[in-house]
Design a protein around this ligand. Structure first.
Ligand code: FES
Ligand code: FE2
Length: 385
């Protein structure tokens, strides 16, 4: 991000901190508990994700021609490769023979041999060898291949379209946020792996936990609240996406420092919610990515948590330190946010109360739900009434 913009955000954050307030939505807002529990809404949510470009990782996960990585997106196994000419490709990781997963993990390889009967594919997806060839007279080696999905690298991230018919226009999807996301460079920092949370909460409830810091003083009293202020957020919407700036406790020190001497990024965490299911958190030390997916029922979701670091992880002690930061952030989400809202999900499913209330001090939360509702209205025009 440009320094001018960073200073401007810091000025706004400092004013909120000084005034002990937060950016406010015009009014309170309510949503129905059944948004989180109804099977019909769950099916619509899944359709909404299928129709939207999906951010699946950092470009640094495919550093060189010949690199590959595998991703699970909405339960679907996907292979991404960087081919000899540097292009990124994506395929369903499903063997043409009996649908085994062909590849696991990540690394470098020109060819992929299926672990079941060794049908072999190159990194452009082409089928190049079948052992026991006479058993498959109907399969045309060289013209057959893995099913390809639209793929792109953009703004430092890897993107795929799960529905080829939906296309993949990431520039249009991100709009004016594209350059800003790219400018952080977090997608080019060293990736530190993936941690997966399979949780008994609706996927939107998982996203909600990242959409306000009103809960810091209570839920994260011993953790994040020791470094970041509670109920104090700069909020900006960018189409269906939003950006929050969470000021750190030390921000009031800036009162006594002239703006030209500010080191603004030391005093904030920047959180993006990218429509519909992605959360990015940027700090001076790391770039966290949360990919949040609906699972088999409304009350279950999968969160894939990734982290990247600007530090040189070829040094073992630096790598261990970066992993420790990742472990800490992950444990906090798992043991504080997600554990608390698992019981909230049970309340929603009990039918005890019909609606949830979002305060004026929770503009990110309001914006998330309004953006999802607008997308569903476009998906199903009859929901417009
Ligand atoms: S399932 Fe892949 S070779 Fe048989
Ligand atoms: Fe939280």
């Amino acid at each position: 991000m440009e320094r001018d913009q960073l200073v401007d955000l810091t000025r706004r954050a400092l004013k909120l901190a000084r005034d002990k307030t937060t950016d406010l939505a015009p009014a309170e807002h309510t949503v129905g508990a059944d948004d989180y529990t109804s099977p019909e809404r769950h099916r619509l949510d899944q359709a909404m994700l299928l129709a939207s470009p999906q951010l699946v990782g950092y470009v640094s996960e495919l550093p060189t021609p010949g690199s590959y990585c595998t991703k699970t997106v909405m339960g679907r196994s996907i292979l991404l490769t960087r081919t000899a000419d540097g292009a990124v490709k994506a395929f369903d990781n499903v063997c043409l023979h009996r649908q085994s997963q062909v590849v696991t993990g990540c690394g470098t390889a020109k060819r992929f041999s299926c672990p079941y009967h060794a049908w072999t594919y190159d990194n452009t997806g082409r089928l190049v060898a079948i052992p026991g060839r006479e058993g498959f007279p109907g399969v045309a080696v060289k013209s057959a291949g893995l099913t390809e999905l639209p793929a792109a690298e953009f703004a430092g991230f890897l993107w795929v379209a799960l529905d080829p018919a939906a296309g993949l226009d990431v520039a249009a999807h991100l709009g004016e946020l594209a350059d800003e996301l790219d400018s952080w460079g977090i997608g080019r920092w060293s990736p530190l792996g993936e941690k997966v949370l399979d949780t008994p909460i609706n996927w939107k409830l998982a996203v909600d936990t990242f959409a306000e810091n009103y809960h810091f003083a209570t839920v994260h009293r011993q953790t994040f609240a020791t470094i970041a202020r509670s109920n104090c957020t700069v909020f900006d919407a960018f189409g269906p996406h939003h950006r929050l700036v969470f000021p750190l406790n030390g921000i009031l020190e800036l009162e006594d420092i002239p703006e030209e001497d500010w080191d603004p990024f030391k005093y904030m965490v920047v959180i993006y919610a990218l429509f519909p299911n992605i959360v990015l958190s940027v700090t001076i030390a790391n770039g966290e990515l949360f990919r949040i997916y609906p699972a088999d029922r409304p009350g279950r979701s999968i969160t894939v948590h990734q982290n990247s670091t600007p530090l040189d992880v070829s040094d073992e002690s630096v790598a261990a330190g970066a992993q420790a930061v990742f472990d800490y952030a992950h444990a906090t989400v798992r043991d504080e946010d997600y554990r608390l809202v698992a019981a909230l999900q049970t309340n929603l499913e009990s039918g005890a109360r019909e609606r949830l209330l979002f305060g004026r001090n929770e503009p990110g939360l309001q914006h998330r739900h309004l953006a999802w509702d607008a997308a569903l209205r476009r998906l199903i025009p009859s929901r417009a009434e």
